[in-house]
Design a protein around this ligand. Structure first.
Ligand SMILES: [Zn+2]
Ligand SMILES: [Zn+2]
Length: 498
């Protein structure tokens, strides 16, 4: 965008060129202002509470706010809104203030109609949330803070296992201080309930809390549960396509990507599946977490399979850790069994299913139980699903990350309208279905890392009445990850004394 400089009440301010009818003033790109003047707060100005609630703790683009440029500008002129640079020049390139990207290869130029520059630099790293370019101001709130309701009591009378109680207490004890804590909970330990007490304490202290998770499925599952147990609290969920992004909320459940929209907002940040892709591999997402928290904050990490670095930090004592080794129902984690599947890839190409797999499939039909079949890629997924449909007469379907019907299919599977669900690793976490068996087709493939296999095995045996679901790894040669995953599960069971 282009802005003009002008004097307002004897102070230098800026205004979008579209709002100024004075051709004698020269309009320049927002990037030309090295310092953006911030008018002082005018206490007599009637600010808009809705705008306050939308902008509080955020940094947004004009396009993301359901207010006119004129309305936003009025708030700026009265000191209630702040404009800051989206992309700034650094000594060796650029910095995107929204996502923290500094990698030269993730910046590009385009012919920009807003600043009339043929080479306006923009950030490719966070482009999926709307373009931030050199001439894009980021808009934030600089007026009075939002006051949250005083009463945020927890309405939940379920019971915690002993392991859950200890972890829950540890988290609650830390609320109000700054620091970090890892809760290392086996799949099926019931980690959400462990959060309730600490969240309640934080909310009643007037603190703002965020649960960030890499997966939209998890946001969709968690949000209604938290709304139900905190009925008096303002809760909102943030994911691509979410309709609650303008809802002011003291408790936010967000995908890690959506954190880019926040700025120093949260006193307590809970990072779920801290080991999971993409969070652990993507430094800019870690940066997003660091920008979304207030300078003093408490960080809680949740994981069933913490990374080596994290495990080391807990051993050294530099990271506090609460372990929940037992599943909620107290039964051991199912240990995967390895099954020779032959040259599964070649057989698929020839349009055949490996014999041991076919045998398992037929037994599955007999048992009437639901099963998830994990595969390494979308092409394997398509071929395998087609072959399975030819062999057996059951409701079978498949799902992958780009599948437009993903949400619907997962809920059909939950409702037993689908009995066999073939999936890529996107469903290795988060989806909990009782009476479930699990098979990994081609478990020797590289995508099935130790932690992926532990998570996949963790889908089975989640309910008390069916705690011993079957987990089969069909392979063409045992991989190191398969062996490590089995050892990992056995050692967790052993440590738990079961
Ligand atoms: Zn960016
Ligand atoms: Zn531009």
């Amino acid at each position: 965008m282009r802005f003009v400089s002008l004097f307002l009440n004897n102070r230098l301010t800026i205004a979008p060129e579209t709002l100024v009818n004075d051709s004698s003033l020269e309009a320049v790109s927002f990037s030309e202002f090295s310092v953006v003047e911030q008018p002082p707060l005018n206490p007599t100005f009637q600010y808009d509470e809705k705008l306050q609630q939308i902008l509080y703790g955020k940094k947004l683009l004009f396009d993301e706010i359901s207010f006119t440029v004129d309305q936003i500008q009025k708030h700026y002129e009265n000191g209630y809104v702040k404009y800051s640079t989206g992309i700034s020049k650094t000594s060796n390139g650029y910095l995107c203030s929204r996502c923290g990207n500094e990698k030269i290869r993730l910046f590009a130029v385009f012919s920009c109609f807003r600043c009339k520059n043929d080479n306006c630099v923009y950030c490719r790293n966070c482009i999926m949330m709307g373009r931030v370019s050199e001439c894009t101001p980021l808009i934030s709130w600089s007026g009075p803070e939002v006051r949250w309701p005083d009463e945020n009591n927890l309405f939940w009378n379920g019971e915690l296992s002993i392991g859950q109680q200890l972890a829950s207490q540890k988290f609650a004890d830390n609320i109000g201080s700054d620091g970090e804590l890892l809760i290392w909970a086996v799949c099926g330990a019931g980690k959400t309930e462990v959060l309730f007490k600490g969240i309640e304490k934080a909310l009643n202290l007037g603190l703002r809390v965020c649960i960030a998770t890499p997966r939209t499925d998890v946001v969709l599952e968690l949000a209604p549960r938290l709304k139900a147990v905190f009925p008096n609290t303002k809760v909102a969920s943030y994911y691509g396509g979410s309709e609650e992004r303008e809802t002011p909320a003291q408790l936010v459940i967000s995908t890690t990507h959506q954190l880019y929209r926040f700025k120093q907002a949260f006193n307590v940040m809970i990072v779920d599946e801290v080991d999971a892709f993409p969070y652990s591999y993507d430094k800019t997402l870690q940066h997003a977490v660091s920008l979304a928290v207030t300078p003093k904050h408490f960080l809680l990490y949740l994981s069933a399979t913490p990374s080596r670095t994290m495990k080391k930090a807990t051993q050294k004592g530099t990271l506090q850790c609460g372990k929940i080794l037992k599943r909620f129902h107290g039964f051991p984690l199912p240990v995967p069994k390895m099954v020779w599947g032959g040259e599964w890839k070649k057989r698929l190409e020839r349009g055949k299913l490996p014999a041991p797999f076919l045998k398992w499939l037929k037994a599955q039909v007999e048992s009437g139980r639901r099963a998830m079949i994990f595969v390494s890629s979308v092409s394997v997924l398509e071929k395998l699903t087609e072959l399975i449909k030819k062999e057996i007469d059951l409701p079978v379907d498949s799902v992958h990350a780009e599948d437009p019907l993903r949400k619907e299919k997962v809920s059909q599977f939950r409702n037993e309208d689908i009995q066999l669900l073939v999936t890529t690793t996107i469903l290795e976490r988060g989806v909990t279905v009782p009476y479930l068996d699990v098979a990994v087709f081609g478990a020797d493939h590289d995508v099935f890392t130790e932690s992926a296999l532990v998570q996949i095995a963790g889908r089975a045996g989640r309910s008390k009445d069916d705690h011993d679901g079957e987990v089969l790894l069909f392979h063409y040669g045992k991989s190191l990850s398969m062996i490590q995953a089995i050892n990992h599960i056995k050692s967790m069971n052993k440590e738990a004394g079961i």
